[in-house]
Design a protein around this ligand. Structure first.
Ligand SMILES: [Ca+2]
Length: 319
């Protein structure tokens, strides 16, 4: 990786959100500057606590975590069967020692962009609630980030019928927010779920995580079994998809990208639900977004496990 990156994370932590954070904590060339929580895999309140838990599990105590608004849907989109009711496999983890900041996650997004224009990379791997709220506060807010990446959507609309039953949870958890963000002219890189569903841990990689004694690997192994149990029927063996981690890796390192397209992204019905799809022709009112529709998945999988098995980035204040 050629240059140091300063990350703002927008996360609904969430087992794979936690895995992405652990990966970044083991990556010496990036620094997590701030975290904003959003609803989705669990409540925004639980996601904020979980973000603090992940940071503290690696001895990191100096990264601010801001709380985002809860789901506008009644009832909220449900994901407890995937991540547990608390978002982290219902392990009964103790409360973190640190506290959330007093600032809302959308306010934090707007403020950081203004304070450090062109410096920060925003990586959003949950519903787009906070990004849509930031755009309402300031329509130029996302343009002040060096880059904005989002995990979600499908790279292109199904011409006839999809062979895979993709489930676009980050769109389903707040469709209105997704519509607002994709109608904006903010530059956004989309890492679609038809790519992230291909990022599946091998038995050897699972074994390596289980055996390792780093804090990232030990925390990862505490939450991975719940996730693998959920994915086992879909994958056909005991493993899981690394959705948020592959989005994070692509966001910080373009060399993972093997193919990309520019497409309008719109929300359309899909089976009994709705998906955000890339469109083959430009759509009025939906400025084209960069969609990474292929990446070097095998190299990413090795990279992910290496980051869990290496030291925590010493740039953080740890104890
Ligand atoms: Ca997520």
């Amino acid at each position: 990786m050629s240059e140091r990156r300063h990350l703002v994370l927008d996360v609904d932590v969430g087992i794979d959100d936690a895995l992405m954070m652990l990966m970044f904590l083991g990556e010496p060339s990036v620094e997590i500057v701030a975290v904003g929580s959003t609803h989705g895999n669990c409540t925004a309140a639980d996601a904020a606590l979980n973000a603090l838990r992940v940071l503290e599990a690696c001895g990191v105590h100096d990264v601010p975590v801001a709380l985002g608004p809860e789901s506008p849907l009644d009832p909220p989109h449900q994901a407890s069967h995937v991540h547990g009711f608390d978002g982290l496999a219902d392990l009964g983890l103790p409360l973190p020692s640190g506290a959330i900041t007093g600032e809302s996650a959308p306010d934090q997004l707007v403020r950081l962009g203004r304070e450090r224009p062109g410096e920060l990379d925003l990586i959003a791997v949950g519903p787009l609630t906070n990004l849509a709220a930031a755009l309402e506060l300031d329509p130029a807010s996302l343009k002040r980030y060096r880059s904005v990446a989002w995990l979600g959507g499908v790279s292109i609309a199904p011409a006839e019928e999809l062979v895979n039953d993709y489930y676009d949870a980050n769109t389903l958890s707040n469709p209105e927010a997704a519509r607002a963000v994709f109608a904006s002219d903010s530059p956004i890189t989309v890492i679609p779920i038809d790519l992230s569903y291909r990022a599946i841990l091998s038995d050897e990689q699972l074994n390596a995580i289980e055996r390792a004694d780093t804090p990232q690997a030990q925390f990862a192994w505490s939450i991975l079994p719940f996730y693998c149990n959920f994915y086992e029927p879909w994958i056909g063996r005991w493993s899981a998809c690394m959705h948020d981690p592959i989005a994070g890796a692509v966001a910080i390192d373009d060399s993972f990208v093997t193919h990309e397209v520019q497409r309008s992204v719109v929300l359309e019905p899909y089976k009994d639900r709705v998906h955000a799809h890339g469109q083959s022709e430009p759509v009025a009112g939906a400025p084209p977004k960069r969609i990474v529709d292929d990446a070097d998945v095998p190299r990413f999988m090795d990279y992910f496990v290496e980051r869990l098995l290496g030291p925590v980035n010493p740039a953080y204040v740890t104890e």
